[in-house]
Design a binder for this molecule. Sequence first.
Ligand SMILES: [Zn+2]
Length: 275
Amino acid sequence: MVTTPFNPRTVIPDQKYRIAVRNRLGMPLCERDDKCRVVQRDRGRWDADPRRPVGKHPCGKMLLPHADHAQGCARQEIYDRHDGVTDLCAAIIMEDGHISDTETEVPGVPSSTKKEPIRADVLVRERAPGTWTAAEIKVRHSFKGTGELAFTDAAQTDEMLRALEAEVHAHYRPVHVRPWIMTSLGRPGEEMCTDLRRLARLRLRRPDVANAVSVQSVQQLLLHRWRAELSCALVLGDAQIYLAALEGECHQGGRGGPPPADVHVYELQGNRLMT
Ligand SMILES: [Zn+2]
């Protein structure tokens, strides 16, 4: 949440950012008498006449201030959250040079019904001399419906994450799986951290990274920052024009311009500050 939104993956729209901040600070998200607006399909209509539209209505349950009822109610959004992490996991693995597919059958591991193989969130064919592995994503919301934390300390949360990791290994045996398990607040399990470190180490060995530390890259960084600063200046200036029209504030800006950026340029070889 403190990441600079420097690419599409790091941009959080305002409304979602506000909710995330309130959540992180433990502030209420809604009023006590607000009702849940998650759209639900009418039960018992699955076998009904297919020509009749399926009835949809909002859930309507009373929400408590932290709205954690949604964590059990908004099924589609919960799947989407999971799939978002899954897609990113697959993308990171691919960036590392492996082949990865999402939602794919794991060869040789039958499900409990023995009818078909289990499905992996991410199935990975590693670079030679690697083999088939899998990654399993689980996001757990460890709150009670009342909005209170289900676990009072971090050790209990970690214990829950470890238990889930063990479950995942048992499910995939004999195929090697890497469980990416995290809480909805972003606390990752130990195995996920280990895997990220492993992938990062492998990524650093790729030729593009080995060749990246150069004057060229410093130049790219500089251009990147300048473009960002220019964009911000443009947005700020534009906003000030609206503000002037809406609120009559026209005393800022003018020819004074923005304050100079606090920039230090280091000489690459000796790590000395250049003047
Ligand atoms: Zn609901």
